[in-house]
Design a protein around this ligand. Sequence first.
Ligand code: NAD
Length: 262
Amino acid sequence: MNLGLKDKVAVVGGASKGIGKGCAISLAKEGVNIVLCARNEESLKKTAEEIRGIGVEVLTLCVDMSSLNDNNRIVERTLLKFGRIDILVNNSGGPMAGTFFDFKENDWDKAHNSVLKYTMRMISLVTPHMKKNNWGRIINITSLSVKEPAPTLILSNIYRAGITALSKSICKELIKDNITINNICPGAFKTDRAIELMEKVAENENITIEEVEERSIKNLPLGRYQEVDEIGDLAAFISSESARGITGTNIQIDGGISTSLI
Ligand code: NAD
């Protein structure tokens, strides 16, 4: 598909693996140059090589998305190399799983920093540069839990709901400069994060991870976990000119898991 994104520049968080990598690859296939941000140098290098093979330029940054200094560095280095930022995909590791009574003050602070605060900060750092170009796309990877909170993902429920409220609150202002902001809500993608959550269930219920996976798949209307290119292609479409009027939305990609009406 030609989405008219050739030579745009996208900053993608948590991009060496999983959903972030899926977004980076789909955008690169549309000719978007990629700023690949993640913590692990080795997997960053590997993913960067794969994406360069598609034929775009890649800047790798070994950063912690929840660090103020690193967020500033991402913007500075991107502008130094490409001179512009067109697309921002806010994505990083999910917060710890557990119920409300499992967590202490420090856990809340950590989840606030790594989910909501980082997203707020990146949006505030990047939007002045999008405004200069009178064009921008912000995509926040949240979770289906914003539509149907999961009792064992309390930190995810709370802080991603904050991102949902933030996007809705600022979308009217941003669209004046042709900047859209949307949230993608994944259901079940078999990434390292999903495996980690299955391990936690296996441990709690004293069963094997294979049993957890088999049970999960039985409950998935699609009969399988989804692939990260499915979410990547959605991110690429939302970034396109065709999607210029789509803003302030929460788009679920869940193979029919959700039972909510909207
Ligand atoms: P993942 O664990 O497979 O990949 C996360 C990537 O982010 C990795 O590259 C990791 O190195 C990087 N990362 C993690 N914390 C970081 C940090 N502080 N700074 C920089 N990089 C960091 O996870 P995923 O399944 O791809 O999930 C991505 C996001 O989507 C998570 O927030 C997750 O909770 C959410 N989500 C995933 C699913 C799913 O089905 N996989 C469902 C709902 C929500």
